[in-house]
Design a protein around this ligand. Sequence first.
Ligand code: GAR
Length: 184
Amino acid sequence: TANVGVLISGRGSNMRSLVANATEAYKVVVVASNRPSAEGLVWAREQGIPTFALSPKEVGKQAYEAALDAALREAGAEYLALAGYMRLLSDDFVARWRDRIINIHPSLLPKYKGLDTHARAIAAGDAEAGCSVHIVTEELDGGAVLGQARVPIQSGDTPETLAARVLDEEHRLYPRVLAEWLTR
Ligand code: GAR
């Protein structure tokens, strides 16, 4: 069983799905956030999962990442899963966790790296959208894709209606791909 630390910035619905669907493949040993007010932290604490929260604005990015790294190792994390983590990790941090960080991104990579993925897919007139789980490298949303799920874009979709359809798939995809990747 691999020990996984999950990094969040907000709601944490993907983090909840990772916890709820954990199998023998992995266990979530810590939930960490760059936003002390992240809603997902409340749920994690209620579950008795150790949490770490610190704002980079309080201490600077370097000190923040050093504290984050220490807390993750202290909790026994061997792998990291980013779940709505909206800060860019530094090259140094990524190097320290090389090939042990994965992320879920709400687009069919390599399309629509970065933000506003659903609005961009709708504006482009795409027939489908989706989500991707990928390895984190120094290049934003650029590492190897481990798995994807697709949904149709329907006429009348707004970024919000499309996001909800994709999010349902995220919740199914992420635990499955994480477990597969860890037992590869
Ligand atoms: C999810 O849709 C996730 O794919 C996206 O943010 C949302 C977080 O929701 N991540 C990114 O855009 C990463 N750049 P959640 O906090 O409920 O899991």
